[in-house]
Design a protein around this ligand. Structure first.
Ligand code: GL9
Length: 826
């Protein structure tokens, strides 16, 4: 590495030898096969070749990363720290090849060695370090931060086991541990010399120092070490690379030899293992935190190690603490890392000896918070007792933040004494709970929702009191997705067709897709568009045949519902309609004319009974329909197991109709909705989350919205919603529910699905499935009619793609950078 160039933006590390790039890549691969992996270069297997290729790319990434870090450092740029308990990067190989501009070279090098790039890419096993939308969003945003050359860092946890691997066995979800590290890590650098101590438990000691100041310190704490693992995120063909730093827990006991000297060697080793459990597994709960001690430990583990990193870098500058917010912004992805607020307070007050007022001034200017959900059960709270045991000093600090905050609120709202209980950081009732969202709002200068609709709901209901107190903090940042992965990579032929017509600029300026609009009237473009889409459907049909043994017709309407299983996402509403179609086919042959292939996928939280039960219902319905000879090719139902980023990349380009049918007011944004529309699928959806903005962009005539609006949902609830009325009035719905309750789909266990129907009829139908059933059925009929006119459908499809430019994560991240973070590209 040359150092005389450091700080120069154009500085490059040693030039590659002047051979053809493909040849030099091949030499690198062979070198890694032999020297890094210890295999014979004469006949490496596919997995070895994949790993050697990954290592060859890592070489290129680390060079660019070092150069990018020098740039950030020399410009003394303000830095963005994006803290998230989840990242869902998906497979890296193709993404990195595209970003580095090495796809063709890799193809050539591999062909030379007797391998196909597609086969080699299929060897990659993705790191599932997130549950769903929230984690995937974090990864899209890192991609955009790199493409926009922002001085940013992603920080998260290096879980040894990610989200579970889902098997479907006899129709049921079965969870298997996801050992994503079993093949070794080829993308990351483990920095075993680079560790920070993280301290939990213990007691707070109060004492007075020589200057007469009251001091606090933690005694008898348990220490665990956080080791950095770095993964590189390249920008799109811009030589800029960011770092996603994931912390892995390591025992500190190796550093404490006395521990081993007690004679209980095995006992000591067991304790050592227990420490390392902190980063062992991702909690698989979607929007319903479990409240377990280990989870709070994980949160603090990430926060403590990361803040130490931030403070270390800041100290190197040798400037005053009050400059911290001018040089850094810490973004909290949901409340999961919100304990960063009292942790920074603790460092400033207890260690750096700033006054409370000075420290608080700095904190509130440093943190920004994104809320991702309004489901009441998802708003994170921790039992105060648990907090006190695990983080005693942090609880004291939270109490002091609360005391001062409530004091101000009392002065601002002297005539509303109830507001204090509503906004308190600690819920006081029979038991006491720390409310993490209140902490995050009070300790941040910015609070944003993730779609226009969601941000309004935050201001008007969920956080209405806080909006009155801090109106200037609230803002919206509608989610976005990266077009590199979600079009260029997952749908290369469509991407190629687009580039052929409008050039490649759309890859970094998605609004350019607008230039496709003149072509929607060109017959040639139409044909090419539909050919590409049909080819994608053929490929997915093959996959379905391989994995599920079901033959589906590529010409049929591919109607796709893939996402986490949750009652509010209403996979149940979808399957009720499937059953209604099935009944029509049986009772009046000829009434259903558009053949459909229903594709479901998604994981349910392992402890979420109803979500798992609905997966089982779908599989039972699938079995009944797929084996009924009267149905033939008119209807097929497929459940693809283990939905993940890799599988999404296969499914999305082959989708005609995208199901986005959450109960209005419940889906904060959705991002799957954007991926489908970008690839030319038509949305059937509710007036919820980002669906509303998608409608505004693609036009009401180019998607199918239906159902109650969110204020209608609230009104109907407050007036006493009676789902039975819908059951009694609608004979088609009645037949469907009676079949499920009567065991039609579970003949050997007739009562199996009775509780599903009970939840709708007798337990209030919390998600308004029955209230929206009829308008959903009508809208589905509209979709089927539209599909019959293939030319008109093609037009809708093209218009969807061409009008999705707004939903790029580049646009979203650019808004964060300008409106919240106050940073620009280096
Ligand atoms: C979520 C919301 O439910 C989605 O509507 C939103 O698009 C994403 C990203 O902002 O965040 N919040 C949340 O907790 N999850 C989301 O998907 N759940 C998971 O990530 C599993």
């Amino acid at each position: 590495m040359t150092s005389q160039n450091s700080g120069n933006r154009k500085s490059r590390l040693p030039e590659a030898p002047a051979t053809r790039p493909a040849e030099s890549l091949k030499q690198d691969i062979l070198r890694h096969v032999l020297y890094s992996l210890g295999r014979d270069t004469e006949r490496p297997d596919r997995q070895t070749v994949f790993r050697a290729l990954a290592l060859s790319l890592r070489d290129r990434l680390v060079e660019k990363w070092i150069a990018s870090q020098r740039d950030i450092y020399s410009r003394s740029s303000k830095r963005v720290y994006y803290l998230s308990l989840e990242f869902l990067p998906g497979p890296f190989l193709r993404e990195n090849l595209i970003a580095l501009g090495l796809e063709n070279e890799a193809r050539e090098a591999l062909t030379d060695m007797g391998f196909g790039l597609d086969d080699v890419a299929d060897e990659e096993y993705e790191p599932g370090l997130g549950n769903g939308g929230l984690g995937r969003l974090a990864s899209c945003y890192l991609d955009s931060m790199a493409t926009l050359r922002l001085p940013a860092y992603g920080y998260g946890i290096h879980y040894a086991y990610g989200i579970f691997y889902q098997l479907i066995k006899e129709g049921r979800q079965v969870e298997r541990a996801d050992n994503w590290l079993r093949g070794g890590t080829h993308w990351e650098f483990e920095r075993s010399h680079y560790v920070h101590p993280v301290r939990f438990y213990g007691q707070v000691r109060e004492w007075v120092d020589e200057q007469g100041r009251l001091r606090h310190s933690l005694e008898n704490a348990t220490t665990v070490m956080a080791m950095a693992c770095d993964m590189f995120i390249p920008g799109h063909k811009n030589d800029y690379v960011l770092n996603m730093r994931l912390w892995a827990a390591k025992t500190s006991r190796e550093f404490e030899f006395s521990f081993f000297n007690t004679g209980d060697y095995i006992g000591a080793v067991e304790e050592k293992i227990r420490d390392e459990n902190i980063s062992m597994v991702l909690y698989p709960n979607d929007e319903a935190p479990e409240g377990k001690e280990l989870r709070l430990k994980q949160q603090f583990f990430l926060v403590s190690a990361t803040i130490q990193d931030i403070v270390r870098r800041f100290r190197k500058k040798g400037i005053a603490w009050d400059q911290l917010p001018r040089k850094n912004v810490i973004h909290l992805n949901e409340t999961h890392p919100a304990v960063a607020i009292p942790e920074l307070m603790r460092i400033l007050v207890d260690e750096e000896l700033l006054t409370w007022e000075e420290a608080w001034y700095i904190c509130v200017r440093t943190f920004a918070y994104t809320n991702h959900t309004v489901l009441p059960e998802a708003l994170e709270v921790w039992p105060e007792d648990l907090f006190r045991r695990l983080l005693p000093r942090h609880l004291q600090i939270i109490h002091e933040i609360n005391r001062r905050f409530l004091h101000d609120v009392r002065r601002q709202f002297p005539n509303d004494p109830n507001i204090l209980g509503r906004v308190s950081l600690v819920h006081e009732g029979e038991s006491r709970w720390v409310r993490m969202s209140h902490l995050a709002i009070v300790g941040s200068f910015s609070v944003n929702g993730v779609s226009a609709h969601h941000s309004e709901i935050l201001k008007e209901s969920v956080f209405h009191d806080f909006y009155k107190i801090f109106p200037e903090r609230f803002n919206n940042k509608t989610n976005g997705i990266t077009p590199r992965r979600w079009l260029r990579q997952c749908n290369p032929t469509l991407a190629w067709l687009i580039t052929e017509h409008i050039g490649p600029e759309w890859l970094t300026d998605l609004a350019q897709l607008k230039k496709l609009e003149p072509y929607v009237n060109s017959e040639g473009f139409h044909r090419a568009w539909m050919e590409v889409r049909l080819r994608n459907k053929h490929k997915l049909a093959e996959y379905i045949r391989d994995k599920n043994g079901i033959t589906v017709m590529p010409e049929s309407l591919f109607d796709v519902h893939v996402k986490r299983f949750h009652e509010y996402k209403r996979q149940l509403l979808n399957v009720l309609h499937v059953i209604a179609l099935y009944n029509r086919i049986r009772s009046s042959p000829g009434s259903v004319t558009v053949p459909r292939t229903y594709i479901f996928g998604g994981k349910a939280a392992p402890g979420y009974y109803m979500a798992k039960h609905i997966i089982r219902l779908i599989n039972s319905v699938a079995y009944t329909i797929n084996t009924d000879p009267r149905v033939g090719d008119l209807l097929k139902v497929v459940f693809l197991q283990n939905y993940c980023v890799t599988l999404a990349e296969r499914i999305i380009p082959a989708t005609d109709l995208s199901e986005q049918i959450s109960t209005a007011g419940m889906e904060a944004s959705g991002t799957g909705n954007m991926k489908f529309a970008l690839n030319g699928a038509i949305t059937i959806g509710t007036h919820d989350g980002a669906n509303i903005e998608i409608m505004e962009h693609v036009g009401n005539e180019n998607l199918f919205l239906f159902g109650l609006l969110s204020h209608e949902v609230n009104e109907m609830r407050s007036q006493g919603y009676n789902p039975r009325l819908f059951y009694e009035r609608d004979s088609e719905l009645r037949e469907v529910l009676d079949m499920i309750a009567g065991g039609f789909f579970s003949p050997s266990e007739p009562h199996l699905f009775r509780d599903v129907v009970e939840s709708l009829l007798n337990h209030g139908d919390r998600y308004m499935v029955l209230a929206d059933f009829r308008s959903y059925v009508y809208r589905q009929q509209d979709a089927a009619n539209a599909f019959m006119d293939q030319a008109a459908w093609a037009r809708m499809s093209m218009l969807n793609t061409s009008r999705m430019g707004f939903f790029s994560s580049d646009r979203a991240v650019d808004e964060y950078a300008k409106d919240i973070w106050g940073v620009s590209g280096v």
